[in-house]
Design a protein around this ligand. Structure first.
Ligand SMILES: Nc1ncnc2c1ncn2[C@@H]1O[C@H](COP(=O)(O)OP(=O)(O)OP(=O)(O)O)[C@@H](O)[C@H]1O
Ligand SMILES: [Mg+2]
Length: 476
């Protein structure tokens, strides 16, 4: 899973550059450095980086000009600008010119790391192509050749090129985010930014400012202007994930933007024209939310024009064998298992499961089954064991790690199992990261600090185990 992300740091102060580089390398990034604006621009234009971090005041070419030119050359490359307090207005100007965000010096390393992590994720969403079809070997593929999935591909094709708002609905783990990215990549805006906002992961009070921005003094704590994600996504695509979790107030504002195509920053009078293509997604039952007065009817009808409904995995179980083979290939490579294989009965067993967590749950099971089977052909016993365990974990948490270890060891002694170490570590980690993120109420930075791991590790583990903190309260 751990692809090394590459950063370009443009900073003329050698001491500062060195300190920043060390922190970033320590977090697992590969960092290149440039000391001048002009050479920094040249490097960023010729080499592909995930994110560029640049100082504002630079010899050769200043940061603002750099943002402008680099954004023109590579609109999908996130640029973070570091600026001193006196130059805040310039920094805000930079976000309008296309900078991803800015940092005011002096800043805490935590702040920088948070921002870099978000920018890296944003870069990943834009640049990793989503492939579609029956058997694709790349990551980020939408697998499935069933009638239902063929319908989905057609719909993606139909809506992608039109400048319309799209709503993607479906149970958790059915691939809504993948489909949103596929629509973006097949649209005529694919060269422009894809800005994603997870409405469930941002506290209600901050979401409006995140989306629409604010003017200085708009509320207590708003000590300077902020450019919102709508403005940043102008010309591009805005992905509003978990839109069913948005408060009624914010829904009303969103509706207005969709209808009138301009925004007001919070506390701002001036209407700002917005040209952003909105793709929204939710796993919630919107009709029930309407009935419970948790979702506005007018917004519902406004969004209900182009809807893509992602099918539950149990309704397209003929795709399961292909999905399993695809996942075996991907995780086999991760675990260094060469050409992993599976018995037909094991595949059949997987195909007959109900999969309430859909593809994400299937992913977890395949990963664990691979770890359990190691280099051996995956048998129905392997699969049964993992499926039962996952069911148990869902029902009431992992009761006893010690008991599990005992069982594995005796099995290993009888020659029935290999890779006990990897299996146990995997189980312990799942429990550890799961509990930490739950206790931290989804705050990844907090959970990472408690565990003493980097944010990158935290994010990777959460993805790996399919722990999705934004949706940890199953209110539906
Ligand atoms: N058709 C598919 N083929 C291959 N992988 C898939 C498919 N659908 C989903 N996945 C994988 O399953 C996982 C969950 O997908 P995704 O995050 O897109 O789901 P989601 O519908 O947004 O879920 P949630 O509602 O929980 O946010 C991801 O790792 C994704 O790559
Ligand atoms: Mg999702």
């Amino acid at each position: 899973m751990s692809v090394k992300r590459t950063l370009l740091l443009i900073e003329d102060d050698a001491g500062a550059a060195d300190a920043l580089r060390r922190v970033l390398v320590n977090e697992g990034y590969t960092v290149s450095c440039e000391g001048r604006g002009d050479s920094g621009l040249g490097t960023a234009e010729t080499i592909n980086f995930d994110v560029v971090i640049s100082d504002l005041k630079l010899p050769g070419l200043d940061g603002l000009e750099l943002v402008k030119r680099l954004h023109q050359a590579k609109p999908r490359l996130p640029i973070i600008l570091m600026t001193a307090h006196g130059t805040t207005e310039t920094a805000i100007e930079a976000t309008k010119l296309g900078a991803y965000d800015y940092l005011l010096k002096p800043f805490e390393m935590e702040e920088l790391l948070d921002l870099v992590e978000k920018a890296v994720e944003s870069s990943r969403l834009m640049s990793e192509p989503v492939k579609m079809g029956e058997c694709v070997s790349a990551r980020n593929a939408i697998i499935g050749n069933s009638r239902l999935m063929q319908g989905i591909y057609k719909e993606i094709g139909r809506v992608a090129a039109k400048p319309i708002t799209v709503l993607i609905r479906g149970e958790t783990g059915t691939g809504k985010e993948l489909i949103a990215r596929a629509i973006y990549q097949h649209s005529d805006r694919s060269a422009a930014p894809f800005v994603a906002v997870n409405c469930a992961a941002i506290p209600e009070t901050l979401l409006e400012s995140e989306l629409f921005g604010h003017e200085r003094g708009a509320f207590t704590g708003a000590d300077m202007r902020r450019i919102g994600r709508f403005e940043q996504a102008s010309g591009g695509t805005l992905f509003l994930d978990e839109i069913g979790d948005m408060s009624l107030n914010t829904q009303a504002k969103l509706l207005r933007v969709l209808q009138e195509k301009y925004i007001h920053r919070l506390g701002g009078r001036e209407p700002i024209p917005i040209d952003a293509r909105v793709i929204a997604a939710t796993h919630r039952d919107l009709e029930k939310a309407l009935h419970d007065k948790q979702f506005r009817e007018d917004l519902y009808y406004r969004l209900n024009v182009a809807v893509i409904k992602t099918p539950a995995l149990r309704h397209r179980s003929e795709d399961i064998p292909n999905l399993v083979r695809y996942l075996m290939q991907i995780y086999g490579a991760d675990f260094d298992i060469e050409s992993p294989s599976i018995q037909p009965e094991a595949l059949q067993f997987l195909q007959n499961q109900p999969w309430p967590g859909n593809v994400r749950e299937l992913e977890n099971v395949v990963r664990q089954v691979l770890l359990l089977a190691g280099r051996y052909t995956i048998s129905i016993e392997h699969v049964r064991e993992v499926v039962a365990k996952v069911g148990e974990a869902v029902a009431g948490g992992n009761q006893s790690i010690a008991a599990g270890i005992g069982t594995y060891l005796s099995r290993a002694r009888r020659g029935e199992m290999e890779g006990v170490h990897a299996t146990v570590i995997e189980e312990v980690e799942r429990e550890l990261f799961g509990q930490a993120i739950e206790l931290a109420q989804g705050n990844q930075a907090k959970a990472a600090r408690w565990l003493g791991v980097s944010r990158i590790t935290m994010r990777e583990k959460l993805n790996h185990f399919g722990l999705h903190p934004g949706q940890s309260n199953p209110a539906d």
